[in-house]
Design a protein around this ligand. Structure first.
Ligand code: MRU
Length: 356
């Protein structure tokens, strides 16, 4: 199976994206040729979910390299740096965006001796590698997360961390989809996820299509399903994991974690190591995106659901303190508290060739 949510057009001069804003009523693919079009697609959540944003940015970088009319690789590098700075400003919280752009920039920087055409081919290969590695990471996260589940378990999830938010398989939904493939019954309760309804529009769509037993609830019903004894574990994705294990994810995630602690339910975060920001010390250092008040005031109903003049506060993400998290499921296994130590040990495995 190959990812369909982010693809190259055959000539590598456009990115083809599945537009997530029109789900579940329509499966629509859009062609993006310019930096401005990709910036708009990320900002408007046509492509959303931390890993998918990173992959789309890498594809857009390679397409931009192909379309830029420049004299040599030095000029290409300069123009691509401006492109990366611009695209990086589209959404601030998911670290995968800057992670993917930095990786593409590093490949450009070390290959300036190639011909223009060779460098452009190299960048296409790097973007594809980022996507293929994400497929592999998600598959391994699904296997690791499945070890936390038993037959007939109830799982509560928030927002959407499914296949469309990544490359294939997803993160938080990966273990559930894998369980389903293997004939193991797991029940999922999906928070609708106000204000942009990723849980209602995307999670319930993905799970329902896959034949998983999914029940959609409003966000304010999470305490009730926990109190009813229907939830054995919470599985959520992540947009940035700080070095101490604090996790930024969709607004409302912190509330789910606090409820889970009250009802003694393990709360797990699932994400690839590309979502760990080793340079950010704690959750307090993570920039939280603020979005348009109209998403709360008037977006989803034929008539505005609040007075036009009312003040609205619309942060897109919140930070869950590491002490509420039972485990962080990565492609390299399940990190446990103390997270400062387990994340540092992972960093050394990934980046340090020597141990001291
Ligand atoms: O604003 P969104 O829809 O991009 O927020 C997405 C989330 O919060 C996801 O949980 C996160 O990106 C993980 S996706 C595997």
């Amino acid at each position: 199976m190959k990812p369909v949510n982010v693809q190259f057009r055959d000539d590598y001069r456009a990115v083809i994206l599945q537009d997530q804003t029109v789900l579940p009523r329509e499966t629509r693919f859009i062609e993006l040729k310019t930096p401005e079009a990709m910036h708009e697609a990320i900002f408007s959540l046509r492509v959303r979910g931390a890993p998918a944003i990173g992959i789309a940015a890498a594809f857009s970088y390679a397409v931009t390299a192909n379309r830029l009319d420049v004299a040599d690789t030095g000029a290409l590098k300069e123009a691509l740096t401006a492109f990366a700075d611009y695209l990086n400003s589209s959404r601030p919280t998911a670290v995968n965006l800057s992670w993917a752009l930095n990786r593409m920039e590093a490949v450009t920087a070390v290959n300036l001796a190639l011909t223009l055409n060779e460098l452009r081919q190299r960048l296409i290969r790097e973007a594809i590698a980022i996507q293929e590695e994400d497929v592999d990471m998600c598959r391994r996260i699904a296997e690791n997360g499945l070890t936390l589940l038993q037959e007939n378990d109830g799982v509560l999830t928030h927002c959407n961390a499914g296949p469309l938010a990544t490359s294939l398989y997803g993160t938080a939904l990966g273990p559930v989809l894998l369980a389903n493939d293997r004939g193991m019954k797991v029940r999922v309760f999906a928070d609708e996820t106000r204000p942009l309804l990723q849980g209602a529009r995307i999670t319930s769509y993905e799970l329902d299509r896959a034949g998983v037993d999914v029940t959609l609830i409003c966000d304010n019903m999470a305490a009730t399903v926990m109190k009813n004894g229907w939830i054995d574990a919470c599985f959520v994705g992540c947009d940035r994991i700080a070095a101490n294990g604090d996790v930024a994810n969709k607004i409302g995630t912190n509330g789910v974690a606090i409820l889970a602690r009250h009802y003694n339910i393990p709360f797990y975060v699932l994400g690839p190591t590309s979502t760990i920001d080793f340079e950010t010390a704690t959750g307090d250092d993570i920039e939280i995106e603020l979005r348009d008040p109209e998403e709360i005031r008037s977006k989803w109903y034929a008539e505005p659901q609040a007075p036009a003049s009312v003040k609205c506060y619309n942060p897109a993400f919140d930070v869950t303190n590491h002490d509420l998290i039972a485990g962080i499921v990565t492609e390299h296994g399940i990190l446990r508290a103390p997270y400062a130590d387990s994340i540092e040990a992972l960093r050394r495995t990934l980046f340090d060739k020597t141990t001291d």
